[in-house]
Write a protein that binds this ligand. Structure first.
Ligand SMILES: Nc1ncnc2c1ncn2[C@@H]1O[C@H](COP(=O)(O)OP(=O)(O)OP(=O)(O)O)[C@@H](O)[C@H]1O
Length: 247
């Protein structure tokens, strides 16, 4: 369970995140949806402790990430926007390195990697250097790495970006399976169809602020349309109108 309250983050003159609050429950898929530059990655980076917020609070399974970042991190698996693999290491070595960082008992590491490699259908490439990986192979390795310490909360930043149709479908299936297993999944996307296909709850963000939230059906009702894509466009349009009034 992830709970963020009043997150704010400024980079010089740019206020990237301006009071974002959101909740992602166990056994649910929560989508953070917004156009380019809306503040999705920054919010997820704050939640996953990659960067600190200027203000606001993040609780992961009730633990305040600022007070106990190490313990909070053990409860989270994070797949950043750029997979961030070490190119000279093989997939297995990348995953093993993370397992050690996250205090997975040495005796369990190889079995865990084999299990994940099978679940994610990594095949022979897991033992090849990451340097030559395709985008899909990079993502699978990054996901295995995020899951190696068996965290209950998964944070995925644009997980399907750059994947072909088949790989996107496979990843969606996997995310649905993880949901059935009770994981709390929070992922970001700028593609409405992507979020519509997967999410139980959607949080729409624009200009660093949450502009609408709810189940897909609730969003359609709130924004007065039967079409989820149109609902997204209307929510963003309203945020832009408010932004222009204020400037
Ligand atoms: N390290 C940084 N230094 C300066 N500005 C930054 C930094 N990180 C993010 N920003 C700015 O903050 C704003 C929000 O960026 P962010 O990456 O969170 O958006 P996003 O919603 O994830 O966008 P995208 O869909 O394009 O990845 C943007 O204007 C971006 O340029």
């Amino acid at each position: 369970m992830i709970k963020a309250e009043g997150l704010r983050k400024r980079f010089g003159k740019i206020e990237a995140v301006r009071g974002v609050s959101l909740e992602a429950a166990d056994g649910q898929i929560t989508g953070l949806l917004g156009p380019n530059g809306a503040g999705k990655s920054t919010s997820l980076r704050i939640i996953s402790t990659a960067i600190g917020a200027d203000s606001g609070q993040v609780l992961v399974d009730g633990l305040d990430v600022r007070h106990d970042p190490q313990r909070a991190r053990l409860g989270m698996g994070v797949m950043p926007h750029d997979a961030g693999l070490y190119p000279r290491l093989t997939g297995r070595e990348n995953i093993r390195y993370f397992a050690r960082l996250n205090a997975v008992p040495k005796a369990e590491i190889e079995a865990r990697i084999d299990q994940l490699s099978e679940r994610l259908e990594m095949g022979e490439f897991v033992d090849r250097p990451a340097k030559g990986y395709s985008q899909g192979q990079r993502l699978k390795t990054a996901l295995a790495r995020a899951m190696v310490h068996n965290p209950r909360n998964l944070i995925l930043d644009e997980p399907t970006s750059g994947l072909d149709v088949m790989a996107t479908r496979a990843l969606r299936e996997l995310i649905r399976d993880l949901k059935k297993d009770g994981f709390c999944i929070l992922f970001s996307s700028h593609v409405m169809q992507e979020v519509a296909a997967l999410c139980d709850r959607i949080v729409i963000i624009a200009h660093g602020q949450v502009v609408a939230r709810g189940r897909p059906q609730e969003l359609k009702e709130q924004l007065g349309t039967d079409d989820l894509e149109e609902a997204f466009v209307r929510a963003i349009g309203r945020a832009e109108a408010v932004q222009e009034e204020g400037s």
